[in-house]
Ligand binder design. Structure first.
Ligand code: GCW
Length: 735
């Protein structure tokens, strides 16, 4: 058979193959554009507004990034990717300036051009990680300069510049200087070595421990890009309920592999240190921090780590809390434990972040007071490289808590803020709750520690007490789900956390606006609607879960739904009944002088305000006060009626949120629209579940009828009590 014949004979097969190839190409191109949320806020889709596109293209007719370090290479790659996508064309990378405009990027150190464009002067006010972006000219040619004192400053500047394009801001007359207000801006992963994630609702851990160090998922780079884009500069890779195995040589190689991927993005790795590691890994007879054998074990371990990872960040420690070992096992204090690790890390500039989340019921004291009681007397006894990491409120990441009284009470110790990004008590991976309003409520709270103007933000950024060390930690909501966070709007909480760690004075609305533009659309209708829905969502969640200062009404272990009736757990403070104290007469925890006196841990005027039932902000009423069901509130309603109305308002609120979301149909892609739509259906059902379950239970206690016109619960209390969720995600095996 000749070739021609062969071709003919194979013609149908050839056509099938061709068809297949075309189909595969179409499929992959559709898939590549599929809006599955993977790109997060780093979507560099072509700018639709033709005018703006033209203006941008003129201003960036050529671009050049100077320098050769790994971090500069990241900046160059990001800019290439961003410009190509947003401007939809390959802009020449060239040091030739264009008459219409050019972009010059780098430190003055790396480039005579940048030096000649006045960078030194612009960098006067810029610190080691900050940057300046400004418009100047060379001859008559306009030039936009992105510069910093360091390569990482340049990378942050590049992300800021791309954000300007993504959010469609003018770039012709720029004069921007930005410095991070907080030095250590960290994610805390509660990821276990078996890839489960404690309180994780987005699949498994993204750290593929088994296949590390040889298999490097591209996701690790995308993770680093996303974090660097919002200024996060450190990540604690492992759960605070720690596993000593992470310190074994083979695991340290895995950590090194991740550190190598993150370094070009300015991200340092940190680990959680299990206090008993010397016993568990090497059979030492003790982990007593004052024992010289223990001290040298840690010194050697730290030396081993720094040999592999010279820029290792340090340790995060949960000690003597919820069963974790710690210095108190040896009658030593938290300071003894922290200082021993701090001494081992000090020669390498590593830090210890020692958590203040402790509550031992031995003292039979109000749980809300325990951390303060234990830590405040230790103020001044920690080494210079120790930060004490404090949750935003005194109990545990509730939908709403008053600020932790430790803020302002330990002026000699740098305190770190610990926020939870993962929504353990806020609907987990299912409810749309934008957390920036909750974060800013805490950050803007004026503690009055040194008189007016003593906001939490100023305490944690080190301003108020002149601390060089400062930090913020966010318990991550990231998993290996394609969209990273399970709920698409979980991405906004990761984003908002990072933006606030950079600048805790930012506004929740401003952050929402940026995120919506970068993630969904620059269309005013979409921005208006989605921003309204985000900004109302936290208050609404508080209303349908824990209104008027109620807290910890969550069902056992998984914390997914309501369980206000639970009263059978071995530790007093694991039971919701301990927190609400409802009986026939009334409800609420008396934390005034007649009760636990937790109010006394706050500075004046908060102490007196919280103490007084009429001056206490209503949102904290039942946190600080026991109130009779029939007592009248400011609104003129009885407490019982107000409670019913709050739960109702929460449910109505979710219906409103859903309607607002429905108004963007057709204005954003259908994939993400539908996904969020389905989630909001669930949220509506579950808000109603919270309302009905809590009010059925509280009614069974108060014995009062529902207010006039109130739609009564649709199921019985027995039904609500019978619900169980044995496989709820994020639950620890021990539950
Ligand atoms: O909120 C509780 C969580 C625990 C968590 C603990 C902590 C890591 O339910 O899962 O453990 O807080 O913050 O240490």
């Amino acid at each position: 058979m000749d070739c021609y014949g062969e071709e003919l004979e194979h013609y149908p097969q050839f056509m099938i193959r061709l068809g297949l190839i075309i189909w595969v190409c179409m499929f992959t191109s559709i898939f590549a554009n599929a809006e599955d949320g993977y790109q997060l806020w780093l979507r560099y889709n072509r700018i639709q507004n033709a005018n703006l596109l033209q203006r941008y293209t003129n201003s960036i007719a050529t671009w050049a990034v100077f320098g050769n370090s790994q971090v500069v290479e990241s900046a160059r790659n990001e800019l290439r990717l961003g410009l190509q996508g947003l401007l939809n064309k390959q802009i020449p990378e060239s040091t030739e300036l264009s008459p219409t405009g050019s972009l010059a990027v780098g430190t003055p150190h790396d480039s005579p051009l940048i030096r000649s464009l006045g960078a030194a002067q612009q960098l006067d006010q810029v610190d080691a990680e900050g940057y300046a972006i400004y418009t100047t000219s060379s001859g008559n040619f306009p030039v936009t300069v992105i510069t910093g004192n360091s390569d990482i400053g340049v990378l942050y500047g590049v992300f800021h510049f791309l954000r300007l394009l993504q959010t469609q801001q003018p770039i012709e007359n720029l004069s921007i200087v930005s410095n991070p207000k907080i030095k250590r801006r960290l994610l805390n992963h509660w990821d276990n070595l078996d890839r489960t994630v404690e309180r994780g609702y987005a699949g498994c851990s993204i750290w593929d421990w088994h296949r590390l160090p040889d298999f490097i998922s591209p996701r690790y780079t995308d993770y680093a890009r996303a974090n660097a884009s919002i200024g996060i500069n450190g990540t604690v890779l492992t759960n605070v309920n720690a596993n000593a195995l992470i310190f074994r040589a083979d695991y340290l190689d895995k950590i090194k592999a991740l550190a190598d991927v993150f370094r070009p993005y300015g991200i340092k790795v940190y680990l959680t240190a299990r206090f008993s590691a010397p016993i568990e890994l090497d059979g030492l007879p003790t982990a007593d921090p004052l024992d010289p054998r223990v001290q040298s074990w840690w010194q050697e371990k730290v030396a081993e780590i720094y040999k592999l990872i010279p820029d290792f960040g340090g340790f995060l420690v949960k000690a003597n809390s919820e069963g974790q070992p710690g210095p108190q096992n040896y009658n030593r204090t938290h300071a003894d434990g922290a200082n021993m690790l701090a001494d081992a890390l000090a020669p390498y500039n590593g830090v210890v972040m020692w958590r203040a989340f402790v509550y031992s019921n031995a003292a039979n004291e109000d749980r809300a007071k325990l951390a303060y009681n234990e830590f405040v007397p230790l103020d001044g006894s920690f080494r210079k490289n120790v930060l004490v990491q404090v949750k935003n409120g005194p109990i545990d990441f509730q939908p709403r808590e008053p600020v932790h009284p430790m803020f302002g009470a330990m002026p000699k110790t740098p305190l770190m803020m610990e926020f939870q990004i993962t929504q353990e008590y806020l609907g987990q991976g299912t409810h749309l709750v934008y957390l920036a309003p909750m974060y800013t409520e805490a950050l803007k709270f004026d503690t009055y520690a040194k008189g007016p103007g003593s906001e939490v933000a100023k305490i944690i950024d080190g301003q108020l007490d002149n601390h060089a060390l400062s930090g913020m930690a966010g318990v991550s909501n990231i998993g290996n789900d394609r969209n990273w966070t399970g709920h698409l709007f979980g991405q906004s909480n990761w984003f908002a956390y990072g933006r606030l760690a950079w600048d805790p004075d930012m506004d929740a609305a401003e952050i929402a606006d940026e995120w919506i533009r970068m993630t969904f659309s620059n269309e005013p209708d979409v921005i208006r609607a989605v921003s309204a829905l985000m900004l109302m969502s936290h208050e609404i969640c508080v209303q349908y879960m824990t209104p008027l200062g109620l807290h910890h009404l969550f069902d056992t272990g998984h914390h997914y739904g309501p369980g206000p009736w639970v009263n059978d757990l071995s530790q007093r403070e694991w039971n919701p009944t301990y927190y609400h104290q409802a009986d026939r007469q009334g409800i609420g925890f008396d934390r005034t002088a007649t009760g636990s006196n937790a109010t006394s841990q706050y500075f004046e005027p908060w102490h007196s305000r919280f103490e007084s039932p009429t001056e206490c902000p209503e949102k904290y009423l039942l946190w600080f006060h026991r109130v009779r069901w029939t007592d009248t509130l400011d609104s003129g309603q009885s407490l019982w009626e107000a409670l019913c109305r709050q739960y109702d308002a929460g449910c109505d609120g979710v219906v409103r949120m859903h309607a607002i979301w429905n108004s963007v149909v057709g204005k954003i892609d259908s994939e993400r629209y539908n996904e969020v739509d389905m989630m909001l259906h669930i949220q509506e059902k579950e808000a109603r579940w919270w309302r009905d379950a809590c009010l059925s239970y509280f009614q069974s206690i108060s014995g009062l009828p529902f207010p006039a016109g109130f739609d009564p619960p649709q199921k019985t209390l027995e039904y609500f009590k019978s619900r169980s969720f044995p496989y709820a995600p994020g639950t620890k095996p021990r539950w």
